[in-house]
Each structure stands twice: as C-alpha cells, then as structure tokens.
Design a protein around this ligand. Structure first.
Ligand SMILES: [Zn+2]
Length: 105
C-alpha cells in the first residue's frame, strides 16, 4: 500500500484557525459605536480661467489676505477674503482667484 501524501508536502501548509484572526486589530472601517450615516458633502465652485474657462490652475504663491467680515457672494458668512495669483494650466494666462473663507473663532 502506497503511503498517503501529506498536505504539508506541497508547500501550502493549512493554517489552523485559531484566535489569531479574532484578536487582529482592525484598522479600517467604521469604529464601533459610530453612527453609519453617510458623510455630508460640501461643494465648492472652483475659479475658472477668464480666457478659456478651465479650472486647471497652478498657484503662484502670491497671496493677499484681508480680514473682511461679511457675506460672501454665495450668501454664506465669511470672515476673510483671499486673493491668490494663479496661472492657467491650459493657456498660461495669469489671473487672480478670489475666495471667501469663514474662520469662526
Ligand atoms: Zn486658460
């Protein structure tokens, strides 16, 4: 009678299912106790190039910032107005991107 071939000889040692999997720390997913409501979505309208209307732009890092509390054009409260020099990636036009930020204390 031929000897019965063991499963461990082909290199795939079947690992016994122990407590190891149960104690493995979960790093992704919803933490226990956290509600599973879908996340809120905040939309933002990007500045567009005045020449070609592209939203692809590169910051030139020349930023002017003013503390100007008031109402932004979209009706939301703002505390600061920021002007950033940007360059259009499509047509190389330089323009100023104005944004309204709300930084409540
Ligand atoms: Zn452009």
């Amino acid at each position: 009678m031929a000897t019965k071939k063991k499963a461990t000889e082909n290199g795939t040692t079947p690992k016994p299912t122990t407590k190891k999997n149960a104690t493995k720390k979960k790093t992704t997913g919803r933490p226990p106790g956290r509600s599973n409501d879908p996340p809120a979505i905040a939309t933002r309208t990007n500045a567009r190039c005045p020449k070609c209307a592209s939203t692809e732009r590169r910051a030139l890092n020349i930023i002017t910032e003013r503390h100007l509390p008031g109402i932004a054009p979209d009706g939301e409260p703002r505390t600061h107005v920021i002007w950033r020099r940007v360059k259009c990636k499509q047509c190389d036009r330089n323009y100023v991107e104005q944004s309204h930020e709300n930084r409540p204390a």
